[in-house]
Design a protein around this ligand. Structure first.
Ligand SMILES: Nc1ncnc2c1ncn2[C@@H]1O[C@H](COP(=O)(O)OP(=O)(O)OP(=O)(O)O)[C@@H](O)[C@H]1O
Length: 176
């Protein structure tokens, strides 16, 4: 553990759209001095979105350009990276990967409330049912750094933030 490149860890908060990544990341950034990196916003701000994908009703992400922009941000640690994908980031960036989960009916309600419908709604709920992001995280990172967090209720939201804050403290102690 002694030759870790960072004094404070980088975290990845991932999961299907609507599971609560931003809610958790925001609260976490308020409880810590870590920086919340909303990848979708970064991509927009730095013009990393290419032409529109009519099937999925969202723009294509220019991953290489985005990674170049994020590389410098990640060097010192202290980042909370929030994105609904995880297999294209360099494995070395992250010390902890948290896959946020939500039960299917709750997720359906949240996405409907957000105005999702038709194929977009179905695809996102299926993505959660098939545990797509969990598998993606498990195949992209060492199993010991990947943790699932159930996030259906407000009480779970709070306890998930507590769990990650405790994880950060433990990481710091282990990597002095
Ligand atoms: N634990 C929770 N209990 C109740 N509501 C929640 C909880 N977590 C998130 N929500 C609500 O669910 C909705 C989606 O949450 P949020 O935007 O954080 O998800 P997300 O995973 O970041 O989505 P996206 O990937 O699209 O950005 C929001 O309305 C949020 O207030």
């Amino acid at each position: 553990m002694a030759n870790r490149p960072r004094a404070i860890p980088n975290l990845l908060i991932t999961g299907t759209p609507g599971v609560g990544k931003s809610s958790i990341s925001k609260k976490l950034s308020e409880r810590t001095n870590f920086t919340w990196r909303e990848v979708s916003k970064l991509a927009e701000e730095h013009n990393c979105l290419d032409e529109y994908d009519p099937e999925y009703q969202c723009p294509f992400l220019n991953e290489d350009k985005l990674l170049d922009i994020m590389e410098g941000m990640m060097a010192k640690g202290g980042n909370i990276v929030d994105y609904h994908g995880c297999d294209f980031f360099p494995e070395r960036w992250f010390d902890g990967v948290f896959v946020i989960r939500t039960n299917n009916t709750t997720l359906y309600d949240r996405l409907t409330a957000r105005g999702y419908q038709g194929k977009k709604l179905e695809d996102n709920v299926q993505c959660e049912i098939f545990e797509t992001l969990l598998e993606e995280a498990q195949s992209s990172y060492k199993p010991e750094i990947v943790q699932e967090l159930q996030n259906d209720t407000e009480a779970q939201l709070q306890s998930n933030v507590d769990t990650i804050v405790e994880w950060i403290e433990r990481w710091k102690e282990d990597n002095l």
